[in-house]
Structure formats: structure tokens, C-alpha cells
Design a protein around this ligand. Sequence first.
Ligand SMILES: NC(=O)c1ccc[n+]([C@@H]2O[C@H](COP(=O)([O-])OP(=O)(O)OC[C@H]3O[C@@H](n4cnc5c(N)ncnc54)[C@H](OP(=O)(O)O)[C@@H]3O)[C@@H](O)[C@H]2O)c1
Length: 218
Amino acid sequence: MSVLGVGRSAGTPTESVSVPSTLAWAAADLTTFGAMDRLLAETQARFGATVSVAVLSAGRGLRGSLLTSDPDTWRELLEINYLSLMGQMRAVAQDMVRNAAEHPVQDLVVIGSTVGRQVSAMNPIYGSTKFAAHSLVESLRQEICSHNIRVSLVEPGFVRSGFQRAASYDPAWFDALESESGPFLRPDDVAATIGFLVAQPPHVHLDDVRIRPTRQKV
Ligand SMILES: NC(=O)c1ccc[n+]([C@@H]2O[C@H](COP(=O)([O-])OP(=O)(O)OC[C@H]3O[C@@H](n4cnc5c(N)ncnc54)[C@H](OP(=O)(O)O)[C@@H]3O)[C@@H](O)[C@H]2O)c1
């Protein structure tokens, strides 16, 4: 399997670096209109095949509630977690529908969150973007499942990653939380779940998976 990873880099869309393997990297600001279309075209050009598995994971958190968070940060959160996600889902879905005859099954996996299913008083702004992801995934699933495209939602609980810094979490608070209800998940735990999901036979769709640290209560 060939994999194209995507991250952001100084506002330069689709500026790629070469690596001598089937893992490659492209930089793109996914909030930029058309970024996903360019990445899909770049993937096809680089690997000589259309994309049959896409994992839409780019996102960020936001500390605080409606009352305690900084309203100046809301727009940026909505741009990446919501508007950009819609654009990415649309671009990938259109591409997959176009190429459906080439693959027995295709997978579009969206990373949601436990707070997109269970309301959290601690995290309502971020949570609302993940409720939106939850809704978009199921509606797109219904729209394109007849093309043998599996649109799936993976909803992690606490994962120790770059997320906490990007969301301005207090490291001491997060460490204390992990002591109480961890060990928290690692990105590999989520990746292994996605691997299991996409490895299912074409007629089986595990469409909605919640993965939490064993000791996480809510
Ligand atoms: N960590 C958790 O506890 C947790 C729990 C539930 C759900 N999630 C969700 O899991 C997903 C991945 O989060 P993570 O834990 O892996 O956090 P992370 O380590 O901060 O990774 C977030 C990724 O999103 C990318 N990104 C952000 N804005 C972007 C943009 N405008 N264009 C392109 N890429 C962008 C970042 O790239 P750069 O670093 O290059 O900016 C980074 O690679 C997110 O959707 C998050 O909401 C996380």
C-alpha cells in the first residue's frame, strides 16, 4: 500500500518532499479551497493509482466552554474542523464515486471524537464540531454506500498527541488527568483501529467506532 501523509506548512499548499518509499508527504493548508482536489491529483500522479482509502484527521481542539473560551479562536476551529472537513469529504467522495469501478471497495474514514456523541460541559465548542462530523459521516454514508464506498467515523477519547499543545491544554492538568484515568491512547492505537476497519471484506462495513482509554469514564 502507498500512503500520502498530509500536514500544514507555512501556508504553502501541496509543496511536496520526496521520500524513497511508498510513504510520501505533502504539505497543504486544508482550509484552502481546492487543497484536497490538488492532493488527490498529486497522489494519483505520484503513485499511479487513484485513492481507495482516505483518512480525514486534520483538526484541532479548543479549551473552554461557551462562557470561558476566547471567541476570537472560534472561527479558526470551525474553519478546520467543520468547513474544511465538509470540503475534504466532498472532494474525496466525488473522486471515489468517479473511480468506483476500479476498486471492490473504498474507504473514507473521518476522525470524530467521543465528545461528538456525548455532550461534554468541558468541551462544548470543539464538541459541536465533532457532532457535525458525526452527522456528515452518516449522511454521506447513506448517499454513496451503493457505490461500495464505506464512509466511517472513528471517535477517540483522550489520545496523547500534538493535540493538547494545539488546544492550549495545561500540561500539568493533562498529566494529572492521565494519572487518574490513563494511560491514554497513543496515535498508533487509533491507527490500528482504522487498519482493522479498512481490512474488513468488501461486504462488511464497521461504520462507527468509539475507542477510549480503558479507564476513561466519560
Ligand atoms: N488527541 C485527542 O485526544 C483526540 C481525541 C479525539 C479526537 N481527536 C481528533 O483526532 C484528529 C487528529 O488529532 P491528533 O490527536 O492527531 O492531533 P495533532 O497531533 O495536533 O494532529 C492534528 C493534525 O492536523 C493537522 N492540521 C491542523 N490544521 C490543519 C490545516 N489547516 N491543514 C492541514 N493540516 C492541518 C496538523 O498538521 P500541522 O501539525 O502540520 O499543523 C496535525 O498533523 C483531530 O481531528 C482531533 O480532533 C483527537
